[in-house]
Design a protein around this ligand. Structure first.
Ligand SMILES: Nc1nc2c(ncn2[C@@H]2O[C@H](COP(=O)(O)OP(=O)(O)OP(=O)(O)O)[C@@H](O)[C@H]2O)c(=O)[nH]1
Ligand SMILES: [Mg+2]
Length: 509
């Protein structure tokens, strides 16, 4: 990919022989972490990014905002993952250090906030500090959450902006300049209860209106990572409400952001432990039932972040990540281009990016090994419930150590990888009736500090059975119900249709 750079990166003193690296080599080797069996290769001092690079938010990838209980927990898991990599002096710490333009936690519930690593260790906040810095609906309620009422989540955050108030300027941790400097903004939240569901779309709208008010022709990309509940007992108890909230939350998010990455807690629970990255001290902060399922989610976002570590960090700093990088917007713009022209449609729905992450340990790679890796990623380790053969295409990233990527690179460049992914077992690229094509983008990266090869991907707008289940429930309620909930659904129905009319290949123009 950058053959002229290979020498710069891999020549020089053997890091294993450098005495100052002894300690960190010991710390990174022989751990139980299944995702990383590190070689002990460490950066030499001059290659380490300077604080100036890292403190400067400009051009860094994400501004992350965790909203509500789930969002706060997952933000914690990401910060603890970043710390884990740093403590072990792993080169990969640059992914988060270079990838985060900033982050903040918001909630209507002060005790949920109080329990976070973000509050306790990142900021050392007391309850009194949390109220101005992280609370939604300051002075408007008793800070005990929105309790399954998405309309309360919405009303509380709207109150924060009443009378031209601007909490970004006046009180929240989330600061205007860092939002402006980031390449993209990512919200992390759930949609089946009150806060994440109701408040996040308003927050997104307010960032557009109050912070990014410059009339740029191309708007800053907004993403939502949304967790969907397991369909277990609790879901059955609250099923009706969770489904209605889920539909309303997804629809409102679909209006407010450009792309939605759905994560399904049931799937996260059943992915193989091989894609569980090590996250030290997660048990001190994440509730026990979420500790394991948040790990593959963090691994997926880490790879997404790595896919566009800013160029300046690569060139001037570690050179640790080489290959194709793609901008955040590259993951959804090619899909929006495929949307049917429909002047009647109320809005352009967000692109659904269904997440997958596979891993393969092998000494050499050929076509059949890559088929196994694709099967592992697209079926065993998909992080949401969906049917790959109904997707409109996808963006993929193959990454691994230099020796292995050399072999794989040939297969990527000869079109073998796209051919595998296009086959009827996977994306079934020939199985479309419309005039639009199924596009498959395959990118590659060399990541010298990994032993295994990974296939990361997002599949565009596939059919998703759990969402259809929510949709069917809501539709029935709309047609037959005479409750207030049913009335609420009728009010937003014209917004619900556009999202669902873009899922599945039969809706492809
Ligand atoms: N994957 C994952 N899911 C979570 C986590 N915490 C909560 N959830 C899911 O999120 C949903 C609950 O939503 P919360 O985010 O706690 O609700 P909230 O936005 O705080 O809303 P209110 O409490 O009603 O104000 C449930 O479906 C949980 O399964 C987490 O750490 N990881
Ligand atoms: Mg809550």
């Amino acid at each position: 990919m950058y053959p002229d750079l290979v020498e710069d990166v891999f020549s020089g003193p053997d890091p294993a022989e450098s005495p100052e690296n002894g300690a960190s080599t010991g710390a990174t080797m022989g751990t139980e972490d299944p995702i990383e069996t590190d070689t002990g290769i460490d950066t030499i001092a001059s290659e380490t990014p300077t604080d100036d690079h890292l403190d400067d938010a400009y051009g860094k990838k994400w501004y992350l905002i965790g909203v509500g209980g789930a969002g706060n927990n997952i933000l914690d898991a990401i910060l603890l993952r970043r710390d884990t990599l740093e403590e072990n002096h792993e080169q990969r710490a640059v992914i988060w250090n270079g990838g985060l333009a900033g982050y903040g936690a918001l909630n209507t519930n002060v005790s949920e906030l109080e329990q976070t690593y973000y509050a306790q260790e990142e900021h050392g906040y007391s309850r009194n500090d949390l109220l101005p810095n992280c609370i939604i609906g300051f002075g408007k309620h008793d800070y005990a959450g929105a309790g399954f009422r998405w309309d309360l989540g919405r009303d509380l955050i709207e109150a924060d902006f009443e009378d031209d108030a601007n909490p970004f300027q006046e009180r929240w941790d989330i600061k205007q300049q860092h939002l402006k400097d980031s390449q993209a903004i990512m919200f992390i939240h759930s949609v089946t209860k009150g806060t994440g569901c109701g408040a996040t779309p308003v927050l997104a709208d307010m960032i557009r209106e109050r912070v990014l008010d410059d009339d740029f022709v191309v708007q800053k990309p907004f993403f939502s990572s949304i967790v969907l509940p397991s369909r277990g007992r609790r879901y059955a108890d609250f099923g009706g409400r969770a489904k209605v909230n889920g539909i309303v939350g997804l629809t409102r998010a679909s209006k407010a952001v450009d792309a939605i990455i759905p994560f399904d807690n049931q799937r996260l629970d059943s992915v193989k432990s091989e894609i569980h990255p090590r996250i030290n001290r997660l048990d001190e902060y994440n509730p026990p039932q979420y500790q394991e399922i948040n790990k593959p989610l963090v691994a997926f976002l880490e790879a997404f972040t790595m896919s566009s570590v800013p160029q300046f960090l690569d060139r001037e700093a570690t050179m640790s990540i080489m290959g194709d990088v793609f901008d955040p917007a590259d993951s959804f713009r090619p899909v929006q281009d495929k949307y049917q022209v429909d002047p009647e449609r109320e809005y352009t729905p967000a692109v659904i990016l269904a997440p997958v992450l596979g891993r393969m340990r092998a000494d050499s790679f050929d076509r059949s090994k890559l088929e196994i890796l694709a099967r592992n990623a697209l079926f065993q380790n998909k992080l949401a419930e969906f049917d790959p053969t109904t997707s409109w295409g996808g963006t993929f990233l193959l990454y691994g150590p230099n020796e292995k990527m050399e072999e794989i690179s040939k297969l990527v460049n000869d079109g073998v990888v796209s051919e595998i992914l296009a086959s009827d077992e996977f994306l079934d690229a020939d199985g479309t009736n419309g005039s639009e094509s199924i596009d498959i983008h395959v990118n590659q990266l060399v990541t010298p500090y990994l032993d295994d090869v990974y296939l990361w991907g997002t599949l565009w707008n596939p059919e998703m059975p759990p969402l259809e289940e929510m949709y069917d429930h809501a539709k029935k309620l709309k047609q037959e119900g005479n409750s207030e909930q049913a009335d609420n659904i009728r009010d937003v129905w014209s917004d619900i249709e556009p999202l669902f009319s873009c899922l599945g290949r039969e809706n492809m123009p």
